[in-house]
Design a protein around this ligand. Structure first.
Ligand code: ATR
Length: 279
């Protein structure tokens, strides 16, 4: 009999996950189904209990439940604990185990661009929210030698730097303006904030005046596919990476944890791009 998977979030009407996962189930001839459940904050505990009662095999968690959901699970893996958020839950014989595949999904998409060079890169992360924590944690675990965090609220960047450094990475915290002044020292610049996301597509998370032409510029945003930040970086000659790869990566890793099957990531990307109106 087919198994049931889902997403807990609010709102979920625009989620691309159901089509991405259901298409991957079909491609692998799996009789499973993925459904997006719109769950209010006040109903999260009941929703998780419902998952136990219905024996749903696995689910994703998105805004605003990624942190809160942890207290209703039986176990949370080490990386998700470091990041401080869960986006994927596996129901293992009735025990709900939480993971975070956002960071690893991002790392995989980034490595397609940087290859092993990532080991030597000086990196700037803009932002210090949940997405920044996922990116910071995997990059420090990977062994990036130097990671700087620039955030509007500097104290939040300092907390992130203290809590998520799991390697020998040199970490520095600065303001966005300070980072902009010495932008040419960075090999990789990553925007993890929502600045530039639709509908505010004219906003830039940082001034790119001092960008080096041989740097890699990455934006976790995928709507629009090419933010103003990426457009400007590309115009200056930088290599760019949008957030589609991270979205597909986190989904594919969740899919593997749930089913033991490896989905066709390029097909998943196609389904996502169709929904985003890209090609
Ligand atoms: P997410 O989980 O998607 O990372 P979040 O936890 O709300 O979302 O974090 C949002 C990040 O974007 C934060 O770093 C936030 O800066 P503050 O820590 O100062 O709040 C940043 N951010 C959001 N809107 C911003 C804006 N208009 N200008 C600058 N930074 C912004």
């Amino acid at each position: 009999m087919g198994k049931l998977f889902g997403l807990l979030g609010n709102p979920v009407s625009h989620s691309m996950s159901p089509r991405m996962h259901n298409d991957a189930f079909r491609s692998l001839n799996l009789d499973h189904h993925y459904h997006a459940f719109d769950v209010k904050v006040s109903n999260l505990e009941s929703a998780v209990n419902g998952i136990r009662a219905l024996d749903i095999t696995g689910f994703n968690v998105t805004i605003p439940h990624k942190v809160e959901v942890m207290k209703y699970l039986d176990e949370v893996d080490e990386e998700a604990k470091l990041i401080g958020a869960v986006n994927t839950v596996v129901n293992k014989d009735g025990r709900l185990i939480g993971y975070n595949t956002d960071g690893e999904g991002y790392l995989q998409s980034l490595q397609k661009i940087t290859g092993e060079q990532l080991q030597h890169m000086k990196v700037l992360i803009i932002g210090a929210g949940g997405a920044a924590r996922a990116v910071f944690t995997v990059l420090s675990r990977y062994g990036v030698p130097e990671l700087h965090i620039a955030n509007r609220t500097k104290e939040k960047a300092a907390i992130l730097a203290n809590e998520c450094n799991c390697g020998n990475t040199n970490v520095m915290v600065c303001s966005v303006e300070e980072a902009a002044m010495c932008l040419d020292i960075y090999d990789l610049i990553i925007n993890t904030t929502s600045v530039g996301m639709s509908p505010n597509i004219d906003q830039l998370p940082i001034d790119l005046g001092n960008l080096r032409v041989d740097s890699v510029v990455s934006d976790l945003i995928y709507n629009p596919l090419k933010t103003k930040f990426l457009q400007e970086a590309e115009a200056k000659g930088a290599t760019i990476l949008n957030g589609v790869g991270m979205f597909v990566g986190q989904g594919a890793l969740a899919f593997e944890k749930w089913t033991g099957h490896s989905p066709d990531r390029s097909k998943m990307e196609k389904v996502v791009l169709q929904q985003l109106g890209g090609s």
